[in-house]
Design a protein around this ligand. Structure first.
Ligand SMILES: [Zn+2]
Length: 145
């Protein structure tokens, strides 16, 4: 659980500080943490779906950090893990004149997804939510094993 919580915190914080100093806006640190660190909150949906099905004993899930809930569901929703949201985030904030928020959030979010790709055995297209949606969020679309 500690790895899950911490692997994205330092890069997000550093990025937030750099962008915050560059744009002279301290709030960008919060933006970087929201988009680069806290998007893992979406694992809760997958975890509770497995917990609710009770297909395996709840102990077999071994907590949210084990990732075993993905196997129980045979699905991977992880709805915030998607390149499409990064583009929408960047365009949305830029259109309303907040390039600083758009750039900070998009960069932190992209770094999160890159780190996940380096840390786990994912298909290169795993984090395109439109593709996962078309494939019914099948776990095999995300993971190589
Ligand atoms: Zn992640």
């Amino acid at each position: 659980m500690l790895k899950l919580a911490l692997e994205h915190f330092p890069p997000s914080l550093i990025l937030g500080i750099i962008f915050g100093l560059y744009f002279e806006e301290r709030g960008l640190i919060i933006i970087a943490l929201l988009t680069g660190w806290l998007i893992d909150i979406d694992h809760i949906l997958d975890y509770f779906k497995a917990w609710k099905t009770n297909a395996f004993s709840k102990e077999a899930l071994e907590g949210i950090s084990s990732g075993k809930y993905f196997l129980v569901n045979s699905k991977a929703y992880i709805v915030l893990h998607a390149w499409e949201w990064i583009i929408i985030w960047f365009l949305g904030w830029s259109i309303i004149g907040r390039l600083d928020v758009g750039l900070t959030g998009a960069t932190a979010w992209a770094i999160h997804l890159f780190i996940d790709h380096l840390s786990y055995k994912l298909h290169w297209y795993a984090y395109f939510i439109t593709y996962r949606l078309l494939k019914g969020f099948d776990l095999r679309v995300v993971c190589k094993h």
